[in-house]
Design a protein around this ligand. Structure first.
Ligand code: NIG
Ligand code: FE
Length: 382
């Protein structure tokens, strides 16, 4: 089955060779982009979609989300908006609710969030565990995640749970029995490397154990303060260092030299009322930047990549072009994927038709639902 998307006003391809095309057309065949070029010049296809001058972008790649959880943290958010600081201590509240929830309940909640994301143009999402923090709860959270995405991440090292006898003992579980139970369901391993969570030595030990089990490293790094996360991400060749809110010049240099993607999560700064990361410094140093939602009930309960793009443009001084690139191509780089995040020939036919003539409208018209259609692997899903 082939589909011709004709009369595209503006096509953002994400392909560095020809990143934007005006008055374009695109053909998807058997789930893959097979032709990109000027409107009117496309080969014929089984079906024709008249885009009618609107903008087409690749499906958003949300490379950082915590979707398997129960309960919410409304009261914590309200308290924060009345002046309380964010400490990540609330993670334990979600852990208790998640452990108490049935598989069916957790899966239904995850499905609802994935559907919410799809309706807003996200065609690939990474999903982490991290709210179970027992061998069986982490395992089942990842088994549930795997039903929704290939991009699953084992985050047993989110925090030391209150019922662990000691931090050392918990790290032994995370690198031993829990890793063994979780590795079959995960592609990635992640650690919340932060004061109050896991320190440099523990982070290295956990990532190394993960690597031995075949899991690829990514990190929560430098979210709440300066720390060793970004340097460790560079040292171990992590695909991505996520948050990057507090970086020294040496950290930026290390990310740049090692080719680690900096995944910025402005929904977290919005919801914790914290200063935004310095995207300009990273971009100017040649670091590839990704934008993701960090969707979770504590620090960033948004599923909207459009919202993150708007925040990146308004609050982080990214240009609209840099922001759409970060939300598509950047996310794909953060997941080491070359088949998604762009609309070049050979890429997956994952695309969004916006109810707007240009992607700039994602920031120019914040909060407005601009996603008109979502296609995944050549099939219309929204
Ligand atoms: O990425 N920082 C650690 N993890 C999440 C927050 C989790 C929570 O507060 O529940 C984050 O922001
Ligand atoms: Fe996170």
């Amino acid at each position: 089955m082939s589909t011709l998307f004709d009369r595209i006003g503006l096509l953002y391809t994400g392909d560095p060779v020809r990143e934007e095309l005006e008055n374009a057309a695109l053909v998807v065949d058997d789930g893959q982009v097979v032709w990109v070029g000027p409107a009117g010049g496309a080969p014929s296809a089984d079906e024709r979609v008249d885009v009618d001058g609107r903008c087409v972008v690749p499906g958003f790649v949300d490379s950082h989300a915590h979707l398997v959880f129960a309960g919410d943290r409304t009261a914590e958010f309200a308290a924060r908006m009345s002046g309380e600081p964010y400490t990540a201590g609330g993670i334990r509240t979600t852990v208790a609710a998640t452990r108490a929830a049935t598989d069916v309940r957790l899966a239904a909640r995850t499905a609802a969030l994935v559907a919410e994301m799809l309706a807003q143009g996200t065609t690939t999402v990474e999903i982490k565990s991290g709210y179970g923090l027992t061998v069986e709860d982490e395992r089942r959270c990842l088994e549930i995640a795997q039903a929704f995405t290939e991009e699953t991440t084992y985050l047993g090292a989110h925090v030391v749970p209150p019922d662990a006898s000691s931090a050392d003992d918990y790290v032994r579980t995370v690198t031993g029995e829990m890793l063994e139970a979780c590795a079959p369901y995960a592609r990635w391993i992640d650690v919340f490397c932060e004061r109050g969570a896991f320190d440099a030595d523990q982070t290295r030990e956990i990532l190394l154990a993960g690597a031995k089990a075949g899991l690829l490293p990514r990190l929560h790094a430098n979210q709440l303060g300066n720390g060793p996360g970004a340097q460790i991400a560079a040292e171990v060749g992590a695909a991505s260092a996520d948050h990057c809110t507090h970086l020294t010049d040496e950290d930026v240099q290390a990310l740049s030299s090692a080719g680690v993607v900096a995944t910025l999560l402005p929904g977290a700064e919005f919801s914790t009322r914290s200063p935004y990361p310095d995207a300009r410094r990273l971009l100017d140093a040649g670091v590839t930047v990704a934008l993701a939602t960090d969707c979770n009930p504590g620090s960033s309960f948004t599923s909207s990549m459009s919202f993150c793009v708007a925040l990146a443009v308004r609050e982080m001084r990214m240009t609209p072009l840099e922001a759409i690139r970060a939300a598509t191509y950047g996310g794909a780089r953060a997941l080491r994927r070359s088949d998604i995040g762009t609309l070049r020939v050979g890429a997956r036919g994952d695309l969004v038709i916006l109810d707007a003539p240009a992607y700039v409208h994602l920031a120019y018209r914040p909060g407005v639902p601009l996603v008109a259609q979502v296609w995944k692997e050549g099939r219309r899903l929204v």
